[in-house]
Structure formats: structure tokens, C-alpha cells
Ligand binder design. Structure first.
Ligand code: ADP
Ligand code: ADP
Length: 228
């Protein structure tokens, strides 16, 4: 599903964000990426959807060699991925329904199918009753649930999240994690960078710790392992 062999990332200013990363993430895995600030977690996440390119090494995602994709192929890579950010990134001028439907409209899904599927994923995140609401009228937790609905509406094989609970209180974070856990149990691979010690320690999933751009630890049922 995700395969990195000797992957390094050096930014143009000389910053070494990742050095010689070797990792395999299989279908159905649930993986937390943890580590101190500046360790390389966001860079790891950005490589997966080709927001950044590796400087060296081999990286494949869903069987595609990410470094060698033509620009025109990048949308096909991203179609197989659902991406969730800390700051939600919803379109403020579209309703909840339209924010989610938009992800299907851009790939020209039939209207009937869009309606069915959008209602289904809004049910899944418990927000069908908010379909006509605008994001500005939702709490942070609700906005993140909309972002998750949008991320999964096209049935991605991998959901990638960068600090998805970073702006949320503990109870709301926990609700969000329960949704991710359900999505994972349905077969979707989950890769999540997080600082949320409570969540990582409670979930008992695979933990990959990155420190100074290298994998310091890779454990099943792992712990966060840092002071929060
Ligand atoms: P984390 O997500 O663990 O905080 P990042 O991946 O954001 O770590 O950053 C890893 C290293 O790369 C840090 O030293 C950071 O300053 C540097 N870095 C991140 N993004 C850029 C960028 N766009 N340009 C230059 N350096 C960057
Ligand atoms: P929480 O306490 O979970 O953060 P809020 O107190 O922000 O939630 O919101 C409670 C409910 O009121 C939510 O269902 C939200 O959609 C709705 N709501 C919040 N702000 C507005 C608003 N400005 N206009 C309409 N509905 C709102």
C-alpha cells in the first residue's frame, strides 16, 4: 500500500527533514506517526500525496511510484487517498452537503450516485441533519466530521491525516478517533500524524516515531512515548 525505501527529503534551504526512511504500511493498517516538533512528521505525510517530492529513495503509494508520476497523473494518485488536515479546509461558501458533493463532482460522478453517497457518508459521521448548514455555523468537531466525510466520499484506500485533532478538545478528539476507527475497520488504511498522547495511548495501534528525520521506533500496539 505504502512503501518507502531509503527515502530522504532535503528542502531547498538545506533543511534535512527525512533521512533514509524505510517503511511498509499494509492494507488495513492503522498507523500513528509521532515525534517531537520538527521531527519530520508533516513531511512524511506530504510525501504520501505528493505535496512534496522525495530528494532520494523510492516511494510507492497504492502501487504508484510517486516520484516518477507525471503532473497529469497526480490527480489519479490523490483520488485513491482521503486527506484530512488540522484546520479542516472546508469551502466556507458551500453547505455541508456541497462541500462533500464537490469531491464527487470534480470526478464527474452521476448526480444520482452523488446524492446517495453524500447522504451515506454524512450519516456515517452523524451529520446528515446538518446537510444544509454552512461550515461557519458548525463547531470545530462538526467541521472536522464534514472534512472526514469529504475525505471518504470517493472510497479511498488510504486516509491520511495531519494532526486532525490538533484544534479540538479531548472529548471531541475522541469522537473523531472513533469515526477513524470505524473507517479503518471497514478496510481503509489509516495514517495519522499526531501530538495527541491521550489518543495514541488509548488506541493501541501501530506507532512509528520519527526523531530528527529518522525512524526511532516502530511498534504494534505502541505508546506515544513523549511528554505531552
Ligand atoms: P514535524 O511535522 O514533525 O513538526 P516537519 O516535517 O514539518 O516536522 O519539518 C521537518 C524539518 O523540515 C524541520 O526542520 C522543518 O523546519 C523543515 N521544513 C519543513 N517544511 C519546510 C519547508 N517548506 N522548507 C524548508 N524547511 C522545511
Ligand atoms: P460545541 O459546544 O460542540 O463546540 P457549539 O456550541 O459551537 O458546539 O454549537 C452547538 C450547536 O449549535 C452545533 O450543532 C452548531 O452547529 C450550532 N451552531 C453553532 N454556532 C452557530 C451559528 N452561528 N449559527 C447556527 N448554528 C450554530
Amino acid at each position: 500500500m505504502i512503501h518507502m525505501a531509503g527515502v530522504s527529503k532535503i528542502y531547498s534551504n538545506g533543511s534535512v527533514a527525512l533521512s533514509d526512511i524505510n517503511v511498509a504500511i499494509d492494507k488495513g493498517d492503522f498507523v500513528f506517526i509521532v515525534g517531537p516538533s520538527g521531527a519530520g512528521k508533516s513531511t512524511f505525510i506530504k510525501l504520501l500525496f505528493r505535496e512534496e517530492l522525495p530528494t532520494s529513495g523510492e516511494l510507492s503509494v497504492n502501487g504508484r511510484n510517486v516520484a516518477e508520476l507525471e503532473p497529469a497523473e497526480v490527480p489519479y494518485l490523490r483520488r485513491g487517498l482521503g486527506i484530512v488536515f488540522q484546520d479542516f479546509r472546508l469551502l466556507p461558501n458551500k453547505t455541508v452537503y456541497d462541500n462533500v458533493a464537490f469531491a464527487m463532482e470534480v470526478i464527474e460522478s452521476p448526480r444520482r450516485e452523488i446524492q446517495k453517497r453524500v447522504h451515506h457518508v454524512l450519516d456515517l459521521v452523524g451529520l446528515r441533519h446538518k446537510a444544509r448548514t454552512y461550515p461557519g455555523h458548525l463547531s470545530g468537531g462538526e467541521q472536522q466530521r464534514v472534512a472526514i466525510a469529504r475525505a471518504i466520499v470517493n472510497n479511498p484506500t488510504i486516509v491520511i491525516a495531519d494532526e486532525p485533532t490538533g484544534n479540538l478538545d479531548p472529548d471531541t478528539s475522541w469522537e473523531i478517533m472513533k469515526i477513524f476507527e470505524r473507517i479503518n475497520k471497514a478496510g481503509t488504511t489509516m495514517v495519522m500524524a499526531t501530538h495527541d498522547k491521550m489518543v495514541v495511548d488509548a488506541m493501541k495501534k501501530r506507532v512509528i516515531a520519527i526523531e530528527q528525520g529518522r525512524i526511532a521506533r516502530d511498534q504494534e500496539g505502541g505508546q506515544y512515548g513523549y511528554e505531552s
